[in-house]
Design a protein around this ligand. Sequence first.
Ligand SMILES: [Zn+2]
Length: 385
Amino acid sequence: MEAQQLLNNYSAFKVEEIKGRYLSYEMIVDYLKNLPAYFNLKIEGTSVLSENIYSIEFGNGPKKILMWSQMHGNESTTTKAVLDLLEYIVTDQNDDFKNSVLEFCTIKIILVLNPDGLKNYTRVNAKDVDLNRDASNQTQPESQLLRKVFDEFQPEYAFNLHDQRAIFSAGKQNRPATVSFLAPAYNEVRDVNEVREKAMQIIIAMNNYLQTVIPGQVGRYDDSFNINCVGDYFQNRGASTILFEAGHFANDYDREETRKYIFLSLYYGLVEIITSDYKNQNISDYDKIPENEKLFYDIIIKNAEVNGAIKDVVIQYEESLRSNRLHWLPKLQGIGDFANFFAHKTLNAKNKILRINGVKNFENETYIEEISLNNEIISIKLTNS
Ligand SMILES: [Zn+2]
């Protein structure tokens, strides 16, 4: 189906009750428990804080695909997109996609690998370890669990699902990287073998579909090799591994728009695997996807008077969980010339005097409670989810 058609019809299969950046683990587990019987739900093990970690497996085909999301606990967008994918399969009216998935694929998904991190809204697990730097060391129960599932399931394809910060642009253009991909390297010299080539070809195909709905907003991560990163490790072990990164879309801090583009990526990734159409892609097109650059701030205030001089001021939101609600705290990130950067929101101060928290003299990295131009307060508050 065409990408735009899927977007137009999104409300028919969106798991509406699970939304925002901070998700309820209980609601996710409830959703999984209520899936039809052809989804096989299993407790694979437990987290550091003894939360159950679940997998679901479905389909009876020869193409084996392993997916895992929220290995970084504060990266929830791909989890929402996978839920929508499951709902799409459950509710698929003409049954084409559903039937070919069930006939040609066996899919195993760990929806939340790091439930302690989900609950505390942290990247790391409860022992403060980044699980994506523990692939070969295997010091944490969550890393050991993923390795066990990988060894038992022996996937041909692996989807490693993440969020990236809003700082990334797709190349050097004024375009946020709403979705980024990587076919991780499997060795130091970053060779392309048959395993990695397949991952690159699927990325090229997914990018082609995404360009029809978010032109210029797809980026590519750099491929420096680290065997302790899960993607690099699994690529090295012979599974064609793709890193998916959900990023910023205009005015969408809850990432409810981005979830749709991740859904499309997953949907077309599976379509390409089912049809093997990706094998027609030429990997020289992989390098044509622009590399991610760190060129975005959340807010740039241009031409503000700061200490008697006219400067640009850049602000970044910092996410903070307080009483089970996520807040975005604006924080000053720089004062100077930011002509070569972009922002999700740009304000022109027209040489007015900038005050932060009531004063004209402020330090970098100040948390901003109140901001004003010539004593007129400007609003930069985001609604909390
Ligand atoms: Zn991540």
